[in-house]
Design a protein around this ligand. Structure first.
Ligand code: UD1
Ligand code: UDP
Length: 370
C-alpha cells in the first residue's frame, strides 16, 4: 500500500491534480490517497473541488486578501511539516509552479519525504518570466525525487539540467485528462450574465493575470481589446476576471463600459471549457489555457513575451504576441479578417497529452514505491 499525499492550492493546480487524485481514489487496493489543500486560492479552488467531486482531508485555509508569495510560503512552511510528521506519506505530489508547489516540496524535503513533481521541466530560461513561476519550477526540480514532465522537450530540459534520467517519467499533461473528462457535446452555458451571447457573433475569450504584467503591460492589453472592439463591432468578448485586485481594478476600470464586453467573475471549469469551445479566438497569458485551446482547435494569442509551452507554437495553434497594444491588435486583426490565416491556426492538435497522464503517474509511483 502506497500512501500518497497530494498538496495543491490554486485553481490550475487543482484542475491538473484532480484526474490524478481521482485515479488514486479508484485504486484503493494499491494506493491510500490523502489530499491537503493550502487554499492559496479560496473561491477558485473550491469551484474546482466541486466540479471534480473532490474533498480535502486537510484544509490549511491560507488565503488572505493582499497576500504575498512570501506570506503564503511562510504559512505552508509553518503548517505542513507537522502534518507530514503525523501522516507520514510515502510520497507527496505537487503540481506546476506556484508558491504552493515550491513551498510544499521544500516542507517535504525538510521532513525527508520524497516529492513527485507533476508537470516538471517547463522552462522559459528567464528567471523573471513568468515571475515567480520560473524560479518555483527550477527550485522544485532541485528538490523533487520523481519528475513527471508532460512533453519530450520538458523531459529533455530536466535531463540537460542533470536530473537522473531514471527519475524522469514522460507522462503527458494531466490537463488533457481533465479536459477530456469534462468536454461534452451537449453542454449548455449556464452563467446568467452570458445569457445574451449571440450565437451568430464571433466570440473572443480573454484571460489575464500574470504578475509580470501588472501595471503598464496589463493596461496595454486592455487598450488592445478596446481597439479590437472598435474595429470589429460584430465581436463579442468574454473576460472572466481574476479576483486579484491588481487585475480586477484596472480591467474593470478600462473595459467595464465597453460595448460587447462581458466582464464576469471566474467561472467553474466546465463552464470555462465550453466557453473555450464556443470561442472563435482566445487571448490569454494563462499556462493552462495555452494547453487546452490547441486540443479544442482554437487559435491562441499568448499575451506574454516568452512561453514555457512552445509545443502549441510549433504546432501552429499558438502565437506569442506579448503585451504591446499595436502588436496584439495587428495580429488579431489579421486572424479576424483573413480566413486563410485563421484556418492555418485553427487546427485541433494535442501536443500536451493523450488523456492518460494520470495513469502513467500512478504506474511510475507503483514502480518506484510499490
Ligand atoms: C497564483 C499563482 C500563479 C497562477 C495563478 C493561477 C503564485 C505566486 N502565483 O497567482 O502561478 O498562475 O495563481 O490563477 O503562486 N483571490 C481571491 N480568490 C481566489 C483566488 C485569489 O480573492 O479564489 C485574490 C486574493 O485577493 C489573493 C489574490 O487574488 O490575495 C492573489 O492570489 P495569489 O494566489 O497570491 O496569486 P495569483 O495572482 O492568483
Ligand atoms: N479556468 C477556469 N475558469 C476561468 C478561467 C480559467 O476554470 O474562469 C481554467 C482554465 O481552463 C485552465 C485554468 O483555469 O485550466 C488556468 O488557470 P489560470 O489561468 O488561473 O492559471 P495558470 O494556468 O496560468 O497557472
Amino acid at each position: 500500500m502506497i500512501r500518497v499525499l497530494s498538496v495543491f492550492g490554486t485553481r490550475p493546480e487543482a484542475i491538473k491534480m484532480a484526474p490524478v487524485v481521482r485515479s488514486l481514489r479508484a485504486a484503493p487496493e494499491r494506493f491510500e490517497s490523502l489530499v491537503c489543500v493550502t487554499a492559496q486560492h479560496r473561491t477558485m479552488l473550491d469551484q474546482v473541488l466541486e466540479v471534480f467531486d473532490l474533498k480535502a482531508d486537510v484544509d490549511l485555509d491560507l488565503m488572505v486578501p493582499g497576500q504575498t508569495p512570501a506570506g503564503i510560503a511562510a504559512g505552508i512552511l509553518d503548517r505542513l511539516p507537522a502534518l507530514l510528521r503525523r501522516v507520514r506519506p510515502d510520497v507527496i505530489l505537487v503540481q506546476g509552479d506556484t508558491t504552493t508547489t515550491f513551498a510544499a516540496a521544500l516542507a517535504a524535503f525538510l521532513e525527508r519525504v520524497p516529492a513527485g513533481h507533476v508537470e516538471a521541466g517547463l522552462r522559459t530560461g528567464d528567471r523573471w518570466q513568468p515571475f515567480p513561476e520560473e524560479m518555483n519550477r527550477v527550485l522544485t526540480t532541485r528538490i523533487a525525487a520523481l519528475h513527471f514532465p508532460p512533453t519530450p522537450a520538458a523531459r529533455d530540459a530536466l535531463v540537460a539540467e542533470g536530473v537522473p534520467a531514471a527519475d524522469v517519467y514522460l507522462t503527458g499533461n494531466t490537463v488533457i485528462d481533465a479536459l477530456l473528462q469534462t468536454v461534452r457535446p451537449d453542454y449548455r452555458l449556464r452563467t446568467p450574465a452570458l445569457a445574451g451571447l449571440d450565437e451568430a457573433r464571433r466570440l473572443v475569450l480573454v484571460t489575464t493575470h500574470r504578475r509580470e504584467s501588472f501595471g503598464a503591460p496589463l493596461r496595454s492589453i486592455c487598450a488592445a481589446i478596446r481597439e479590437l472592439a472598435g474595429r470589429f463591432p460584430d465581436l463579442q468578448f468574454v473576460l472572466p476576471v481574476h479576483p486579484n485586485p491588481e487585475v480586477k481594478r484596472p480591467v474593470e476600470e478600462l473595459l467595464g463600459d465597453l460595448p460587447g464586453m462581458h466582464l464576469i467573475p471566474p467561472v467553474d471549469y466546465q463552464e470555462f471549457v465550453h466557453l473555450m469551445s464556443r470561442a472563435h479566438l482566445v487571448l490569454t497569458d494563462s499556462g493552462g489555457v495555452q494547453e487546452e485551446a490547441p486540443s479544442l482547435g482554437k487559435p491562441v494569442l499568448v499575451l506574454r513575451e516568452v512561453t514555457e509551452r512552445p509545443e502549441g507554437v510549433a504546432a501552429g495553434t499558438a502565437l506569442v504576441v506579448g503585451t504591446d497594444c499595436a502588436r496584439i491588435v495587428a495580429t488579431a486583426s489579421e486572424l479576424l479578417t483573413s480566413p486563410a490565416a485563421y484556418a492555418r491556426m485553427a487546427n485541433a492538435v494535442n501536443p500536451y497529452g493523450d488523456g492518460r497522464a494520470s495513469e502513467r503517474i500512478l504506474a511510475a509511483l507503483a514502480d518506484r514505491l510499490g
